[in-house]
Design a protein around this ligand. Structure first.
Ligand SMILES: Nc1ncnc2c1ncn2[C@@H]1O[C@H](COP(=O)(O)OP(=O)(O)OP(=O)(O)O)[C@@H](O)[C@H]1O
Length: 233
């Protein structure tokens, strides 16, 4: 496939209408290519989560164009017949709050994404277990979410987002609850996934310790892209 996996052109999002309208994003252009890991930073309220939600097709843009994998997903209206399927098959989303299913243990939270896609349960659990091991949370595989620490739950949620090998991975502060060693493990894994699966990865972060782990940083301010910073060599 030619072209970037994520292509955002003059994308806008306004919440509400009239005098109370909030312009969260204005004319945002952004491309993320296969194998690329891009960081997204900016002050609180600058539109980072909104941009992630638009690319994930969780919220609907108000103007502009969004393409995923070369396919136009939104331009004036949704262009794909089944958004849930698009999200499930092509997009991995790591939320700021991990929102694991409370009635499934850690490994089944991860395996569920695969069984929904038709993978048999044994294979799904094996793959889920291997990913949890890599993320250093394998010992907690049978724990229920309410028994996990914040950092453990976050790593389980990361495993869940990656397990289907999505083309596009979107992460909202994935290292916020982690110490620097574990944050490094998560970033190394994301870089490995980008390289090996040729995924496009966009990560919202305030964490300056990991800025050097990105191919480039994009900054938002008041809903607009401020600057693009190539990583220092
Ligand atoms: N559902 C909503 N309804 C109305 N306004 C919203 C909604 N979601 C976000 N906004 C507004 O849009 C703007 C951008 O919010 P957004 O959450 O994208 O910022 P952010 O950069 O992710 O902030 P933070 O770092 O605090 O998470 C803010 O002014 C916010 O108040």
């Amino acid at each position: 496939m030619a072209g970037p996996l994520v292509q955002v052109e003059k994308l806008c999002k306004t919440f509400g209408a009239g005098e109370t309208a909030v312009r969260a994003l204005a004319d945002v252009d952004l491309q993320v290519g296969a194998g690329e890991v891009v960081g997204l930073k900016g002050p609180s309220g600058s539109g980072k989560s909104t941009l992630l939600n638009l690319i994930a097709c969780i919220q609907e843009p108000t103007a502009g164009k969004l393409s995923i994998g070369g396919e136009t997903v939104w331009e004036g209206h949704w262009r794909v017949p089944d958004l849930r399927r698009l999200r499930r098959e092509r997009i991995g989303f790591i939320f700021q709050f991990h929102n694991l299913l409370p009635f499934l243990n850690a490994i089944d939270n991860v395996a569920l994404a695969m069984t929904l896609d038709g993978v048999d349960r044994t294979t799904a659990r094996q793959r889920a277990g291997a990913l949890l091991d890599y993320l250093q949370v394998g010992k907690r595989a049978s724990a229920m979410p309410s028994r996990l620490s914040g950092g453990e739950a976050q790593r389980v949620a990361i495993a869940r987002a990656l397990v289907n090998r999505p083309q596009v991975i979107l992460a909202d502060e994935p290292t916020a609850a982690l110490d620097s060693e574990r944050a490094r493990v998560v970033m190394d894994l994301l870089r490995q996934v980008a390289r090996e699966q040729q995924a496009a990865i966009l990560v919202v972060t305030h964490d300056e310790k990991i800025f050097d782990r990105f191919d480039r940083m994009v900054a938002l301010r008041d809903g607009r892209i401020e600057q693009e910073q190539p990583r220092a060599a």
